[in-house]
Design a protein around this ligand. Structure first.
Ligand code: NAD
Length: 258
């Protein structure tokens, strides 16, 4: 009937009222994950050392109608991580989900040629950084009575990576941190999982492929889009994954299956 039609209620987004923290969100996989959380209705804390990229990610979320805060932080420094969690709570009042994604890769080289400085840099970001972040995220989640953490490992956290042994060791360590903490906090309403992507189409990967230095991985014969991996991170945080804990979710197009 004319004049009586009412607007349909807008369906609530799955993460409305939730707060998600994504480290390394100035670029690549972290940015795609932060944008996906924003689209799903969460308030997003974008953490990174890269100031321009971090602000850009937060601006993208806000422009598409979401809520976001950029906090410059180096996850390998305990003072920065403490300030990151404090700002998150001061600004949004809680922390429901954390995706510990920030990490660094290494130039390919045989193990015997590795440098101590490179070892410290990779372990500092990929292992100490994830440990520091989890530690303070868990303290907040314990106060709230629940939460979900996703640590970004890699297929190199499950199998060896010739000529990238330090990176592979660091990503195996992320799996060890994840499994141990998952068991420790399972009765506190906190689920902790690892995500193990194969080769993701980041600008760096795409350039290497264009220059013929890298072949698209088998068996699918293509790289993952960052959004395809981000979807898995959000699923691990969601209620759909309520009994998934201490798991390594492989998103590699079948690379480690053969
Ligand atoms: N790209 C891939 O193919 C692939 C595959 C498997 C796993 N991963 C993992 O996914 C994660 C994201 O990778 P990406 O390809 O999107 O990389 P990327 O280089 O595009 O993004 C990583 C981000 O982390 C930030 N970062 C690095 N060290 C930091 C620190 N100490 N503190 C705060 N921020 C820091 C960087 O500034 C950057 O913005 C990494 O942990 C990586 O090991 C990537």
């Amino acid at each position: 009937m004319k004049g009586t039609s009412k607007a349909q209620p807008v369906a609530e987004l799955p993460f409305t009222g939730k707060v998600a923290l994504v480290t390394g969100a100035a670029s690549g996989l972290g940015r795609a994950t932060a944008l996906a959380f924003g689209r799903a209705g969460a308030c997003v804390v974008v953490a990174d050392t890269a100031i321009d990229g971090g602000h850009a990610t937060a601006a993208m979320i806000v422009e598409s109608g979401g809520k976001a805060l950029f906090v410059r932080s180096d996850i390998a420094r305990s003072g920065d991580v403490a300030a990151l969690i404090e700002k998150t709570i001061n600004y949004y009042g809680r922390l429901d989900f954390a995706v510990n994604n920030a990490g660094v890769d290494e130039e390919a080289a045989p193990l015997a040629d590795g440098e101590e400085e490179q070892y410290d840099r990779i372990m500092g970001a990929n292992v100490k950084g994830v440990w520091l972040c989890m530690k303070l995220q868990l303290r907040q989640m314990l106060k709230q009575g629940g939460g979900a953490i996703v640590n970004v490992s890699s297929v190199s956290g499950l199998v060896g990576a010739p000529n990238r042994a330090i990176y592979a060791a660091s990503k195996h360590a992320v799996v060890g941190l994840t499994r141990s903490a998952a068991a420790e906090y399972a009765r506190e309403g906190i689920r902790i999982n690892a995500l193990c992507p194969g080769a993701v189409k980041t600008p760096h990967m795409a350039r290497a492929a264009e220059e013929g230095q890298l072949e698209a991985p088998a068996p699918m014969g293509r790289f993952a889009e960052a959004a395809e991996v981000a979807n898995a991170a959000l699923w691990l945080c969601s209620e759909q994954a309520s009994y998934v804990n201490g798991h390594e979710l492989v998103v590699d197009g079948g690379f480690t299956a053969v």
